[in-house]
Design a protein around this ligand. Structure first.
Ligand SMILES: Nc1nc2c(ncn2[C@@H]2O[C@H](COP(=O)(O)OP(=O)(O)OP(=O)(O)O)[C@@H](O)[C@H]2O)c(=O)[nH]1
Length: 380
């Protein structure tokens, strides 16, 4: 099972793919609350949501219903990962990813009882060329942390596959308890997994996807537009808690980046660096394309595309995090620059190609690429 077997997919290499983010977490941890927060602060981003209702209770569906218009697909009648097989999920994703919907990101809220690994496998096995797996976010109830782990030991395994952990309900614990839980999470999660502590799911949407600016729609406003407008007017987008505590730095270089040094930089990125996005120019013979980089927590993915006509071949990155040494990160990135990329051996690209979402025709040994893992440890 591999998502990018060269024989099964020949997507349009210029078409952007839609990231599919898995939102996991135990029952009542705050997934729906976080989802509603994302929807209310999405700016002009078009989010599709697959809500995975458990049992007969349509609480999640009702909680988000009005905000999604007809782009919501509610998978009633059971656990997504257990009761819905891969082909059924694919059918939903195909519907949501149809270009006519102009969806920017798809979020799947996994049932609190679901195994996120199963869902991740399904997404990575999907042959839909319009989507790509965009990482897994695990929501943790800070107040119920010990009790949940005691009753449901599988929680530890879920933490192990998360790319980003949201420690929610921090309003219900004190600072000492928070420090203790953060230390335990550091031991349970894969090394380098960022933990974002919040209450009521108020994370910065930019941690999960690129937010489009809100633009005034033409003509009659839909219910969805009105809600988005209200969210934009409430001031939270620009001040207050949404961005509080986060900082971002930008890196621009006219010089190409050395692939090995750049991958070393990414491998060593600190846990406080939650999100990296942008374009990279390696300029290595056979690999002159534009490499889009997306990192959400420890999830990392590159996608290649030709440079636009007249587009400057620059490396442009935005790094978002908290408690990070922005100046130090910029210095480290500067050290990745390579003045003579034409002299760099194409083999230096292997570390990058491990994370390329689509087959790269220039690579001679395609099998080696197809067998390479597309996520950092652990593999699924
Ligand atoms: N005090 C407090 N309550 C919260 C917070 N986040 C969510 N809640 C409440 O916790 C309850 C559960 O939140 P949900 O968002 O429905 O949780 P969920 O993970 O979607 O739950 P399931 O769908 O059952 O898996 C709701 O009553 C929320 O209002 C928080 O940060 N602090």
């Amino acid at each position: 099972m591999h998502p990018t077997s060269p024989t099964t997919r020949q997507p349009d290499r210029n078409a952007p793919t839609i990231p599919v983010v898995v939102l996991a977490g135990f029952l009542g941890s705050g997934k729906t609350t976080l989802l509603n927060h994302l929807l209310a602060h999405r700016g002009g981003t078009r989010i599709a949501v697959v809500v995975n209702d458990f049992g007969a209770i349509e609480i999640d569906a009702m909680a988000v219903a009005g905000q999604l218009g007809d782009s919501m697909v509610s998978l009633g009648g059971g656990c997504l990962c257990c009761a819905v097989d891969g082909s059924e999920l694919d059918a939903y994703l195909e519907k949501l990813s149809a270009p006519a919907h102009r969806i920017d990101v798809i979020v799947i809220e996994a049932s609190g009882l679901a195994e996120p690994q199963e869902l991740i496998r399904m997404l990575m096995a999907s042959e839909n060329p319009l989507i790509r797996y965009g990482g897994t976010v695990e929501v943790v109830d800070a107040a119920e942390f010990d009790a949940t782990r005691a009753r449901h030991p599988e929680t530890d395994r879920h933490l192990g596959v998360a790319d980003l952990v949201v420690l929610n309900k921090t309003d219900r614990i004190d600072a000492a308890e928070r420090a203790r839980i953060e230390a335990e999470l550091a031991a349970l999660c894969a090394p380098g997994t960022p933990v974002v502590a919040v209450d009521h799911g108020r994370i910065d949407p930019e941690l999960l996807f690129d937010r489009r600016p809100w633009t005034q729609p033409q003509g009659q406003l839909s219910f969805e537009d009105l809600l988005a407008g209200e969210a934009a007017d409430d001031g939270e987008d620009h001040a207050g808690h949404v961005h509080a505590g986060y900082e971002s730095v930008e890196f621009v270089s006219e010089q190409a980046m050395h692939p090995r040094r750049f991958i070393d930089f990414l491998d060593r990125r600190p846990a406080g660096l939650y999100r990296i996005k942008g374009f990279v120019d390696f300029g290595v013979p056979g690999h002159e394309e534009r490499y889009e980089v997306q990192a959400v927590g420890r999830f990392l993915r590159f996608a290649t595309a030709p440079w636009g006509r007249g587009e400057a071949r620059l490396t442009q990155l935005v790094l978002i995090g908290s408690d990070m040494d922005g100046a130090g990160l910029l210095r480290d990135l500067e050290a990745c620059r390579e003045p003579q990329p034409r002299q760099v051996s194409p083999e230096s690209m292997w570390g990058v190609l491990r994370y390329v979402a689509r087959p790269v025709p220039e690579v001679r040994d395609e099998d080696a690429v197809a067998d390479a893992p597309f996520m950092e440890e652990p593999e699924y």
